[in-house]
Design a protein around this ligand. Structure first.
Ligand code: NOJ
Length: 577
């Protein structure tokens, strides 16, 4: 595919927006492919598997962090932004990967984690060394709550809980002050109010772009601007800590910071770059502002609404999805960004359970449900992201013991919930369904030992289902999930209506059918997905007009009545209008 010619990003034309017709593939390097037998995936492992990605047809790779890190949060705790952790290889290995990708016409997007650093980053080491260190103000230091001695229960400067259980504040004994960490205590938040911090981050970003990388996925980037008065938040469900999100999600200076970043880092670069901001809690109203090309902030954002619809009292208390909620939510985002801005489309990433287990059927109808889910997602208007293994229909693991877990979020949650008196079996059940380790088991390359991921002992157990579900088997099978994803990507590349078409939701109140049209330049597409194991007969608007339409892609052999959907069937029809 041709991605267009290099264009100055200050224009808003189609070549500048090349990423609208692209598909991005996310790699979680520690779980993708291990080239040296230490049980942890690495850069050379990725380079060795580029044929797989090229056969799939993806345009861009996004790498989760490979920088030096104590690995408290698997690399999202960075201690040096301008190097590679020896676990994953060297800078030279990264350069080779980049060159190999570019030679195949693919691009590389790096993870940018600048809401926080590791507590072992030299910036923080300096900052914590004394209350008068010039870098003290690079992080959020606060004295204990008035009337409390440091270290006393309740002495934390605010009542905020961290995303990884416990308080969001950690006492530093040496200076008697607390520092803020929205995530683990080894991930102190950077203080973006300080212009030196911002300039240091921009310089680092320019360094990566000068090296040849093609953009950034920006970790929790809508949390970098905080309400500097740091008020307490309403108590969370655990009854122990407050929810401070109103004071750090889409904070007062966020648009200003992102515009400044654009001007300092991206403006005037004569290259095709991609920026996507991860934004928990972002609203469609703000997403339009973040992604309006004229405002020069970001190309697109990852919103979280659709992956929160099956959360009950917190993410580890899942409830069944009501399909009408999903249609309402994604439909609302389609509408909100129809004229201005752009959506990213995803079911999976390294933080989400596997979609075939979550919204599909990972038993009898695994192939059908995985391919239907892919079809529905990729036919929305926006840029689709495929997470490693999604193209094989990889499923949740079914963890039976806490010893199998590796993720700091799950491990901390288990400890905290059990300590608070919850039934350990119920807590584990929530983690089994929703835990992030589900996404992080090794990529299933073949049916052999350790799924062909490593010759050593993998850092996290391989899913036993790899004997049936693996890349080697699927690449040879035209009816596989892999080939369905390949066809979806190919369809996007050849059919402008997939990229540009207007979106119209049909049958929004149907409890099991997901139906919509896309229309562009005299072409209309009808997308049908059955989110159930039952055969459905639909009361389809305009059914007669579609009766003879071409079947562009489907996950069953042989045709059917336009208004009938077999279990987990997904189809796209095309007609001229
Ligand atoms: C979001 C990342 O996707 C997640 O994996 C990480 O734990 C947090 N941000 C903290 O960096």
């Amino acid at each position: 595919m041709t991605l267009g010619t290099a264009t100055d990003r200050s224009t808003t034309d189609e070549a500048a927006a090349w990423w609208r017709s692209a598909v991005v593939y996310q790699i979680y390097p520690r779980s993708f492919a291990d080239s040296d037998g230490d049980g942890i995936g690495d850069l050379n492992g990725i380079t060795a598997h580029l044929d797989h990605l090229e056969a799939l047809g993806v345009d861009v790779l996004w790498l989760s962090p490979v920088y030096p890190s104590p690995q408290d949060d698997n690399g999202y705790d960075i201690s040096d932004y301008q190097d590679v952790d020896p676990l994953f290889g060297t800078l030279a290995d990264l350069d080779r990967l980049l060159e190999a990708l570019h030679a195949r016409g693919m691009k590389l997007v790096m993870d940018l984690v600048v809401n926080h650093t590791s507590d072992e980053h030299p910036w923080f080491v300096e900052s914590r060394s004394s209350a008068t260190n010039p870098k003290r103000d690079w992080y959020w230091w606060r004295p204990s709550r008035p009337g409390h001695e440091p270290g006393e229960p309740g002495a934390e400067p605010t009542n905020w809980g961290s995303f990884f259980s416990g308080s969001a504040w950690e006492l530093d004994e040496a200076t008697g002050e607390y520092f803020l960490h929205l995530f683990s205590r080894k991930q102190p938040d950077l203080n973006w109010e300080n212009p030196e911090v911002r300039q240091a981050v921009y310089a680092m970003m320019r360094w990566w772009l000068d090296r040849g990388v093609d953009g950034f996925r920006m970790d929790v980037i809508n949390m970098i601007s905080k309400d500097t008065s740091l008020p307490d938040g309403p108590l969370r469900g655990d009854g122990l800590y407050g929810d401070g999100s109103a004071y750090f999600i889409t904070g007062p200076r966020i648009h200003e910071f992102l515009r400044e970043m654009h001007a300092e880092v991206f403006e005037g670069r004569d290259a095709q770059l991609l920026t996507v901001g991860e934004m928990p809690g972002v609203t469609p109203e703000h997403a339009v502002l973040f992604t309006d090309p004229a405002r020069r902030e970001l190309d697109m954002v990852f919103q979280f609404e659709h992956v929160g619809l099956d959360h009950g009292d917190g993410k580890f208390d899942p409830r069944p999805l009501d399909l009408r909620d999903l249609k309402h939510s994604l439909g609302r985002w389609q509408e909100a960004l129809a004229e201005t801005g752009w959506n990213s489309l995803y079911w999976n990433n390294h933080d989400q359970p596997r979609i075939v287990s979550r919204f599909g059927d990972d038993g009898e109808f695994r192939r059908q449900s995985a391919t239907m889910l892919g079809t529905v997602l990729h036919l929305h208007r926006g840029t689709p992201y495929v997470y490693q293994g999604e193209e094989l229909g990889m499923a949740n693991v079914g963890f039976t013991s806490v010893d199998q877990l590796r993720d700091i979020e799950s491990v901390n949650h288990y400890r905290a919930a059990v300590a608070a008196g919850e039934d350990p079996a119920v807590v584990l059940d929530g983690i089994r369904k929703m835990g992030r380790d589900n996404a992080r088991t090794p990529m299933q390359w073949d049916a052999g030992p350790q799924a062909g991921f490593t010759t050593g002992e993998p850092w996290i157990e391989v899913n036993p289902d790899h004997v049936d579900v693996n890349a080697a088997a699927q690449v040879d099978d035209p009816g596989s999930v892999f080939h369905h994803y390949r066809r979806l990507i190919e369809l996007r590349h050849r059919e402008p209506a997939v990229v540009h078409g207007d979106f119209t939701m049909l049958l929004p109140e149907h409890p099991a059918a997901y139906v919509f049209t896309r229309e562009h330049d005299g072409v209309q597409l009808l997308v049908l997905g059955n989110f159930s194991g039952e055969t459905l007969r639909l009361d389809l608007p305009d059914a007669d007009a579609w009766a003879d339409a071409e079947l562009v892609i489907g996950n069953y052999d042989g045709g059917t009545d336009i208004a009938e959907l077999r279990p987990w069937e997904g189809r796209v029809h095309r007609r001229s209008v």
